[in-house]
Design a protein around this ligand. Structure first.
Ligand SMILES: [Mg+2]
Length: 110
């Protein structure tokens, strides 16, 4: 799967099937999913802990660290999708709607 050839719907289906096959959708609640999202976000942040902002781009040069970064990004996305599944949120619509609100709140300066 690569971004250019994969729809959000396909990713949602893959995550849902994976979760269903392991019984991870039974008894699930949005609070636990949001907490898991927060934990995964913290794990992503941990990669940058104590790394000077001038050196954050160097993470890609370390294969192990870069792999870890990609894993945590995937974990964050995973739980975001699980929350969208739970509430039947169409992510593309939600992002578009929020972008429209942000455009009004933060007008272009050019
Ligand atoms: Mg993780």
């Amino acid at each position: 799967m690569i971004d250019k050839e994969t729809s959000i719907a396909e990713i949602r289906q893959k995550i849902q099937e994976f979760s269903n096959a392991r019984g991870w959708t039974t008894g699930v609640n949005p609070k636990d999913l949001a907490m898991a999202l927060s934990v995964e976000t913290a794990e992503l942040l941990e990669i940058f802990q104590w790394v000077h902002c001038d050196h954050t781009d160097e993470i890609v040069k370390d294969a192990s660290k870069f792999e870890h970064l990609k894993e945590e990004v995937a974990d964050v996305f995973w739980y975001l999708i699980r929350i969208c599944e739970y509430y039947k949120i169409d992510l593309a619509t939600a992002v578009e709607s929020k972008a429209e609100k942000n455009a009004k709140k933060y007008p272009e300066k050019l």
